[in-house]
Design a binder for this molecule. Structure first.
Ligand SMILES: [Zn+2]
Length: 324
């Protein structure tokens, strides 16, 4: 009896395994394999491709996209990809070229339909002349953090949807429908974000890294300082001291950094200048930003905290002053 039941269970298990295997293999065979350099583009590809794509990102929201290691798993994913979606503008200059070389996938090499750069869809800010370039500067081709102007997401979406259709013409109607649906939802959200962010116009902020230039350009934030002396160079004691002196004469409402950045310099300056240090998601996958919509919902809500409750910030400042 016991043996018989075991045999029955065994058969059942085999059957289940076959079903699971079929379910997991079937869509993967049909879907376009897309590999992205950053999570924001993986989220966008998922919006535009739906069930017709399988997406993976080389970096997470807790990794610095300027610097990652080309691990074997990344090489394998690049080798299998039908489409590679990256920011460009030099953001991945330190790791993508060797990754592409090692993977040796002809479909996703620069210039091929399987290679897509978001920077080609948006106007870049802070484009430098050769003479401006400093050693260690990680933005030699202009500022690459273009996804934080939500209007750029739509610009990239338009071109990305066209590219998906080009690579996978059999599903052209599917991509067209998803593109239209995304555009409708994004335009509605854009109007709401711009309304919600109206009180942020002119708000003086200090950046950790120049990740917030496009967000500031879009919402009208005013940059009054940057913790990094040059993009990509860690904050130095001399630079922070100078910034502290400057902030005493020209105060800021917040010091902002990405979830992946070390917050020690921010905390140092926050305490001394009595300015709140904020952690923003920067991309999809951190601080509760599960998708592109939440990324901007959370970013705007968090930036408004010091605006909505200046008395709280002031009280913290006063109590600290009183204990000295
Ligand atoms: Zn950067």
């Amino acid at each position: 009896m016991h043996v018989a039941r075991n045999a029955k269970e065994y058969k059942m298990k085999i059957l289940l395994s076959v079903v699971i295997l079929f379910l997991s293999v079937a869509p993967a065979q049909a879907a376009l394999k897309v590999f992205t350099c950053e999570p924001e583009w993986a989220a966008l590809v998922q919006e535009l491709g739906g069930t017709q794509v399988t997406v993976a990102s080389a970096t997470t929201a807790l990794q610095d996209p300027h610097h990652i290691e080309a691990r074997p798993s990344l090489i394998a994913k690049t080798r299998q990809a039908d489409l590679l979606v990256c920011t460009g503008a030099g953001l991945e200059a330190g790791w993508l070229p060797p990754l592409l070389r090692t993977a040796g996938n002809p479909k996703v090499q620069p210039g091929q339909p399987g290679y897509f750069e978001a920077a080609s869809a948006a106007a870049l800010l802070e484009v430098q002349t050769r003479a401006d370039r400093a050693e260690g500067d990680v933005h030699p081709g202009g500022n690459p953090h273009l996804h934080l102007d939500a209007r750029n997401i739509m610009r990239v979406a338009e071109q990305l949807a066209t590219r998906l259709k080009q690579i996978d013409p059999a599903n052209a109607a599917h991509y067209a429908a998803r593109r239209a649906d995304f555009a409708r939802r994004w335009q509605t959200a854009l109007a709401r974000w711009e309304r919600e962010a109206a009180p942020l116009k002119g708000m003086p902020v200090v950046y950790h890294h120049r990740s917030w230039v496009y967000l500031a350009h879009w919402l009208g934030l005013k940059e009054v300082g940057v913790l990094e002396p040059k993009p990509g160079l860690p904050p130095t004691a001399a630079h922070l001291t100078q910034l502290l002196t400057q902030l005493k004469g020209q105060p800021a409402r917040a010091i902002v950094r990405s979830a992946y950045e070390d917050g020690r310099a921010d905390a140092w300056l926050s305490e001394r200048a009595q300015i709140p240090a904020l952690v923003l998601p920067y991309t999809v996958g951190a601080e509760g930003a599960d998708d592109l919509f939440k990324l901007f919902d959370i970013t705007i809500a968090r930036l408004k905290e010091p605006v909505l409750s200046p008395s709280t910030v002031l009280r913290i400042g006063q109590s600290k002053e009183a204990t000295r």
